[in-house]
Design a protein around this ligand. Structure first.
Ligand code: 6PG
Length: 246
């Protein structure tokens, strides 16, 4: 695990863009394609924008395949849609074929069916034996002030999932379901990169990186790729409660 503290949010996004460019080109060189799972929320917006602008010529777009780690249970045109955010900040600006973009079809009112359909999409894209998990080349993740990541919230059932790839996760405080890949999928990745910015994340980041608090309470703590790289890209504000060494 690597924790890299950048001085400003802009430096964090630039470091994240470098990580995506390096990992993408490495994957295409070694395996002919790059499968990335995007994160939602607000933090990655500037990264996606950078990838579609400054880093545009450095990426093998035609060999890149886009997935999502989670989605809100809303249609793609909804302001809360993670797909919409990535489309507006990046996908609509770059030369990527529609067939390379695998969004979570959350317009279906049946959240369970949405999760099941996306699980089939993942299984079709990466042929996995029963009991095995697809191996993304890179999964981007954020973290909430409560220590949640993707849509794996503290104390929710999805944290116990051992065999499904994608679940509909009921989140009491939102009185609604989210669609999320599960911990086994996150921990099967070749690389996971967390992007965490802002002072409001400092207490949870300390709890995740430096405390004995249980993962059930801070789900981001449960992300530990078994045979992959884990990198935390954080800005100084988010790192403000970490010990000097971090
Ligand atoms: C989502 C995300 C979620 C996000 C965190 C951080 O759908 O909201 O996938 O896990 O990464 O909530 O969100 P911010 O970047 O907005 O702080």
């Amino acid at each position: 695990m690597e924790v890299r503290t950048l001085t400003t949010p802009q430096e964090l996004f630039e470091a994240a863009a470098e990580e995506v460019v390096r990992t993408a080109n490495e994957a295409v060189t070694q395996r002919g394609r790059f499968a990335i799972a995007l994160s939602g929320g607000s933090t990655p917006k500037n990264l996606y924008n950078l990838l579609a602008t400054n880093a545009r010529t450095a990426l093998p777009w035609d060999r890149m395949f886009f997935f999502w780690g989670d989605e809100r249970h809303v249609p793609p045109a909804d302001p809360d849609s993670n797909y919409r955010m990535a489309d507006e900040t990046m996908l609509s600006k770059i030369p990527v074929a529609a067939g390379n973009v695998f969004r979570i079809k959350a317009e279906n009112p049946d959240a369970g069916a949405v999760a099941e359909a996306y699980e089939q999409t993942l299984r079709k894209f990466v042929a996995v034996e029963p009991g095995q998990f697809p191996r993304f080349d890179l999964i981007l993740l954020g973290m909430g002030p409560d220590g949640h990541t993707a849509s794996l919230f503290p104390g929710t059932r999805a944290l116990q999932e051992k065999s499904r790839l994608v679940v509909a996760n009921w989140v009491d405080k939102m009185k609604g379901s989210r669609i999320s890949v599960t911990l086994p999928v996150l921990n099967a990745a070749a690389a996971v990169a967390f992007l965490v910015s802002g002072t409001d994340k400092a207490p949870a980041l300390h709890a995740v990186l430096e405390s004995e608090a249980p993962g059930e309470q801070y789900p981001a703590k449960l992300v530990r790729p078994s045979d992959g790289k884990l990198i935390w890209l954080i800005d100084r504000a988010a790192a403000s409660q970490l010990s000097a060494g971090n």
